[in-house]
Design a protein. Structure first.
Length: 275
């Protein structure tokens, strides 16, 4: 960071003692925006369990830059962008990943900061089964849904019904917000959608295409292959038989499809390709 930039940031901090917070943030954002010119700012908005952590970390490794979040606190709500964290992160090249909705406020921040946006998607039944596996084997705490402490002791049908009733609507809404933002050109630049299924089918081709979208030039095949060999995040874990013999019943699948049909003017075919 240059001495001039450090001085500007120091002045912004000093101003906090005598100015209102909005004015301080406005000044800090101006400094960050100037510093961000010509830098890489990639924002990966991930549908839960769609490979967004893998994709974002591999892009960051390829670009040799920082990776992180711009929410207000670790474990906090990722739906909205926290402006101070956004300002701080974008002083340098960065790839940000979180489960952020395309609300007007979030999109406006991304537009103002010149973000390249990648949205990761996954077919709804597979995403929900992967989410169930996470609940059974890892954490029960998620910011967008409260999980009963006895969830792991419920029978299989009750567990799946819970996902269809409370998790699926959020996932569908997440995708819908980004599709609507794209259709109305709210960002002022293209939004790139990345399919988990395509990633799983051809990892290298999918990542090469994303890198080209982000950098504006073809990927360095050797460099990208080296990044992919160093897999610290295994999105493929258990994908051959993700939940053993666990499958959704026809009634549960119809309820998922009904959620998608609530958006007749939005292309949600990524969630149910046969639609």
């Amino acid at each position: 960071m240059s001495n001039l930039l450090k001085t500007d940031m120091l002045r912004a901090i000093q101003a906090l003692c005598r100015m209102d917070l909005d004015a301080v943030l406005d000044r800090a954002e101006k400094v960050a925006s100037n510093a961000n010119k010509g830098r890489n700012f990639v924002f990966v908005a991930g549908m839960p369990k769609s490979g967004s952590t893998f994709i974002s970390k591999k892009i960051a490794e390829y670009l040799e830059c920082d990776w992180g979040h711009v929410s207000d606190t670790p474990g906090g709500c990722e739906f909205d962008i926290y402006r101070p964290a956004l300002i701080r992160k974008t002083l340098e090249d960065v790839v940000v990943q979180q489960h952020t909705l395309a609300t007007n406020g979030n999109v406006e921040y991304l537009r103002r900061f010149g973000a390249t946006v990648v949205v990761t998607l996954r077919q709804l039944p597979g995403a929900l089964l992967s989410f169930r596996r996470h609940l059974l084997n890892e954490s029960l705490r998620w910011p967008f849904v409260a999980i009963d402490s006895d969830y792991r002791h419920w029978d299989e049908k009750r567990q799946l019904d819970f996902l269809v009733d409370l998790v699926a609507p959020w996932m569908v809404n997440f995708v819908a917000t980004w599709k609507i933002a794209e259709a109305n050109d709210l960002l002022g630049r293209p939004i790139r959608f990345a399919s988990y299924e395509l990633l799983k089918n051809d990892e290298f081709a999918t990542m090469a295409s994303l890198v080209e979208s982000v950098t504006g030039k073809p990927a360095d095949n050797g460099k990208l292959k080296a990044c992919l060999r160093q897999q610290k995040t295994n999105y493929r874990k258990g994908t051959s038989r993700p939940d053993g013999d666990v499958v959704f019943g026809e009634v549960q699948l119809e309820r998922m499809k009904a959620l998608v049909l609530n958006y007749p003017s939005v292309d949600l075919s990524d969630l149910f390709p046969k639609f």
